[in-house]
Design a protein around this ligand. Structure first.
Ligand code: SME
Length: 153
C-alpha cells in the first residue's frame, strides 16, 4: 500500500518535470502513458480512447494491439465515458459486457479524460493480475489527469 503511494508520488514528480504550461496536451498525454507503464510493473496495457464523431477510437497507448473502437456505453471504457466516472474492475471476467482486447487481461481501471473541461475520452489501464487496481490508483490517477490539464495549450 505504502509502496503504491510512493510510486505514484514519484510518477507525479516525473510527470511535473515533463509537463508544464508550454507543453501541448498531446505531448503531456503520451509522456504520462510512458511513465505509467514504466513505473507500474502490474500494468500490461495503458492508453486512451478518444471520442470522435460517433464512438471512442483508440488513441496513443503502450502495450499490445488493442480494439480500434468502442461504442458509448459498451465495455468498461464505454461505460466510464458514458457515466463520466472512474470504473475499477477487480476481475474483468465478472464485468458484464467487458471487451477482451487481450484475453490475458484480468483487471482494469478506466477514468474519464478531460481536456478544456470537456470529457474527450477515457484513460484505460489493464493488468494480467486480478485486483491490480483500487481506490489508491483511482485517486492518484485522477490527480495526475488534473495535472495533465495544466499543460493544455
Ligand atoms: N477492456 C476494455 C477494452 C479496451 S482494452 O482493455 C485495451 C473495455 O471493456 O472497455
Amino acid at each position: 500500500m505504502k509502496n503504491k503511494i510512493d510510486s505514484y508520488n514519484q510518477l507525479k514528480e516525473s510527470f511535473t518535470a515533463v509537463c508544464d504550461k508550454e507543453t501541448p496536451w498531446e505531448v503531456g498525454l503520451v509522456s504520462l502513458l510512458a511513465l505509467i507503464k514504466e513505473k507500474n510493473p502490474l500494468v500490461s496495457w495503458v492508453g486512451v480512447y478518444l471520442w470522435k464523431k460517433d464512438r471512442l477510437w483508440i488513441g496513443p497507448y503502450q502495450g499490445k494491439l488493442a480494439c480500434l473502437y468502442i461504442f458509448k456505453g459498451k465495455g468498461v471504457c464505454g461505460k466510464s465515458y458514458e457515466e463520466q466516472k472512474t470504473i475499477c474492475v477487480e476481475n474483468v471476467n465478472e464485468f458484464e459486457g467487458h471487451i477482451a482486447c487481450d484475453p490475458e487481461s484480468q483487471s482494469e481501471i478506466a477514468l474519464p479524460l478531460f481536456k478544456n473541461n470537456q470529457c474527450v475520452g477515457v484513460l484505460d489501464l489493464d493488468s494480467k493480475k486480478l485486483s491490480a487496481f483500487d481506490k489508491i490508483d483511482a485517486q492518484a490517477l485522477k490527480e495526475i489527469l488534473l495535472k495533465l490539464n495544466e499543460c493544455t495549450v
